[in-house]
Design a protein around this ligand. Structure first.
Ligand SMILES: Nc1nc2c(ncn2[C@@H]2O[C@H](COP(=O)(O)OP(=O)(O)OP(=O)(O)O)[C@@H](O)[C@H]2O)c(=O)[nH]1
Ligand SMILES: [Mg+2]
Length: 298
């Protein structure tokens, strides 16, 4: 018996390698707290009025790659304000080129005949080729308020002074007060060099005009299975935090100007966790835009 025991191979040699436990995909605490401030943030957004009396509406321009969720974000804002899914901006799941073709201002109804004091401009998506999608030139004109509402973009013929869609005498209200880049989470590390160049060019033009800039990272549900299961974990996801850091490094935007969210697309009911992330981003847009408008006055 003793000999059979002594011949037994060392225990460690018989055991299969111990499986390595992968690190948990979620942080214990969210790195940005959005849910507990939701009601206050919503109240702020709903009661917002520009301090600068030269403008009735603060203007936010969305831009970004085709299919990023720009129009969907406008619908998400409307959904939060109405407390139910809503969709004033048409969206599309399958078109290879930009579904949005026109420059359009979206206002949001507050009560009969009254609108909230901020508007969004939806725009054609950016594409990597130079002659498709919205041209960087048109985006620069939009920043300065030269693009008339309803203008239909033509990728091959950018807008020129003298064209019907050209507003030669823009007021402060026609100009953009906050510029917001929209990029899906899964696309952050896959943006082509051409796309990054276009985004940088637009950012530089906005910086020259002193226009504040932010970004929203959409489709967090597509990028992170834990978030797909439970939307309240957006700011706990390590993977999504890496996306924010990656975007910060790629384009130089400060981390506190980059927001994660899921747009309303498949929901039939309002969702407070989704709303909290959307409103947190929107509140910041209003703060930055308001600071910009106030700085013009001083
Ligand atoms: N899963 C998921 N789908 C989204 C989200 N946001 C937008 N989508 C979907 O993505 C598709 C494109 O969204 P759009 O809002 O049309 O994108 P866009 O940036 O306006 O695109 P263009 O107008 O073509 O430039 C639609 O099918 C949306 O329903 C999101 O947060 N999560
Ligand atoms: Mg669109």
């Amino acid at each position: 018996m003793g000999s059979s025991e002594s011949k037994a191979p060392p225990v460690s040699a018989c055991q299969p390698p111990r499986p390595v436990t992968p690190p948990p995909p979620l942080l214990e605490q969210p790195w940005r707290k959005v849910t507990e401030k939701y009601k206050d943030n919503l109240e702020f957004v709903k009661s917002y009025q520009p301090e600068n009396e030269q403008v009735k509406y603060l203007r936010i321009l969305l831009y970004g790659p085709v299919g990023a969720g720009k129009s969907s974000f406008i619908n998400s804002v409307d959904s939060v304000l109405k407390g139910r899914p809503a969709g004033p901006a048409p969206t599309d799941a399958i078109s290879g080129s930009s579904f949005t073709k026109q420059y359009k201002t979206f206002k949001f109804p507050k009560s009969p005949g009254v609108k909230y004091s901020f508007v969004f401009n939806d725009i054609m998506g950016l594409e990597q080729d130079s002659d498709s999608g919205v041209s960087v030139n048109d985006l620069k004109l939009a920043l300065r308020g030269h693009v008339k509402d309803g203008y239909k973009f033509n990728s091959k013929n950018p807008l020129m002074e003298g064209d019907d869609g050209y507003n030669s005498l823009p007021t402060l209200e026609d100009k953009v007060h906050v510029l917001v880049g929209v990029v899906p989470a899964n696309a952050v590390s896959r943006l082509s060099a051409e796309m990054v160049k276009k985004i940088r060019e637009v950012r530089e033009a906005a910086s020259e005009l002193g226009i504040p800039q932010m970004a929203i990272i959409t489709k967090v549900d597509d990028a992170c299975p834990e978030v797909k299961k439970d939307t309240c974990d957006i700011y706990k996801s390590k993977y999504l935090k890496e996306k924010v850091e990656g975007f910060h490094q790629l384009l130089g935007l400060q981390m506190n100007c980059i927001f994660l969210l899921k747009n309303y697309n498949e929901e039939t009911e309002s969702n407070d966790e989704m709303n909290a992330a959307i409103v947190c981003a929107l509140k910041q847009m209003l703060h930055y835009g308001d600071d910009y408008l106030n700085d013009l006055e001083t």
